[in-house]
Write a protein that binds this ligand. Structure first.
Ligand code: HBI
Length: 357
């Protein structure tokens, strides 16, 4: 059995939605490893709430979210850095574990790799965002082959890295209830932030004259206010950041999930959450969702940034069989399949002699 130390994203407590999709990934992978009998210890910010999972809570000031920075913004560390404190803890306990798994999209843990006596698996949760991260990710991929893992090939391609493991994602399907007959609603899920281009979904809902339920962490209040001012008559309703159980209760009743990523979405966990409920996904043909949605079968892939394309897809939803959507989630995105991929990745790294660089 493996002894695994999971070190969280440092942008906010787990379970609050600040960490976006990587929170859900960390939770599902940890739960599945424990179910298989492995030892898992999670190192995370104070206030992290993951039911039944063993968490060591670490104090300190959160890291600035990487997507708010420019490509050449220098890496910044606050005083009393939570990120540094988490990795100091990992350094102290490292010899109790076979492998450390890093879930942070940050320079420090990647730079620290050769300073540790225990191997580190780095799960990269976003596409390329900065020169400094590209440089250190590429260096670790070269010095420690196989230890950089991505969600998808299109995400890896943004770093010009080809040979790295792509682990995809997965969810606990038992939490998502299939709904055969939807209400006349559309859904949009995600952190309310510019890179998610919520405004396109709002405009499409207005043109299609179909109410839009919006759920997710309110990351950028000004951005949200701007949308409300620009679309005062749009049929939208913001429901906040809900637990998986409450979120899927809303999502499952919708005609479709709209995904409008302005950036290369690394995966798009919300897409498989929708499919698990039988909800077709309409997404820009960009990044992770383009590898998840089977165009015309489990939803529609639309020309990126084309609101008209979203509206046309909404009009064609009757062509999609909702049970086919649920089946695709069961076939591709179960938490058991996820566990197989991650366990294999972990074992491959543990069995690779550590490169003495
Ligand atoms: N920014 N600096 C930093 N570190 C992270 O781990 C991080 C982030 N921004 C967003 C984020 N993680 C997650 O929301 C995405 O990986 C899903």
């Amino acid at each position: 059995m493996l002894k695994l130390l999971f070190v969280s994203t440092p942008v906010g407590p787990l379970g609050t939605g600040v960490g976006g999709g990587v929170e859900l990934s960390l939770f599902n992978i940890a739960q599945e490893m424990l179910r298989r009998g492995h030892t898992v210890q999670i190192v995370a910010p104070i206030g992290s709430k993951f039911p039944q999972l063993p968490i060591v809570e670490i104090p300190g000031n959160v890291q600035i979210i990487a997507q708010s920075q420019e490509r050449n913004t220098p890496i910044m560390m606050p005083d009393n850095s939570l990120l540094a404190n988490m990795w100091e803890y990992a350094r102290q306990v490292q010899n109790e574990y076979d492998l450390i798994v890093n879930f942070a999209y940050d320079w420090l843990p990647l730079y620290l790799t050769p300073f540790f006596g225990v191997a580190i698996a780095h799960f990269i949760s976003m596409g390329s965002l900065s020169e400094a991260m590209d440089e250190i990710v590429t260096k670790v991929a070269s010095d420690f082959p196989g230890t950089i893992g991505f969600y998808t090939p299109s995400q890896a391609a943004t770093f010009n890295l080809q040979q790295c493991p792509c682990l995809s994602s997965g969810i606990d399907l038992s939490l998502y209830q299939f709904c055969p007959e939807p209400e006349n609603y559309l859904a949009w899920l995600g952190r309310i932030a510019p890179e998610k281009a919520l405004e396109d979904a709002v405009e499409a809902a207005q043109i299609a004259n179909t109410p839009l339920k919006i759920m997710g962490k309110m990351q950028d209040e000004d951005y949200w206010q701007q949308i409300c001012q620009n679309y005062p008559d749009a049929p939208i309703e913001y429901l906040g950041f809900l637990s998986t159980t409450d979120m899927q209760q809303q999502l499952r009743q919708c005609k479709a999930l709209l995904m409008t990523p302005r950036w290369v979405e690394a995966f798009g966990n919300v897409a498989i959450e929708a499919l698990a409920c039988g909800v077709p996904v309409i997404s820009y043909q960009r990044g992770g969702p383009a590898e998840i949605v089977q165009d015309g079968k489990t939803g529609f892939l639309v020309e990126p940034d084309s609101v008209a394309g979203l509206v046309e897809a909404i009009a064609n939803l009757s062509k999609i069989d909702r049970y086919t959507c649920r089946q695709s989630a069961e076939t591709e995105y179960s938490v058991e399949a996820l566990g197989d991929r991650f366990e294999q990745w972990f074992r491959d790294i543990i069995n690779t002699p550590v490169a003495q660089v």
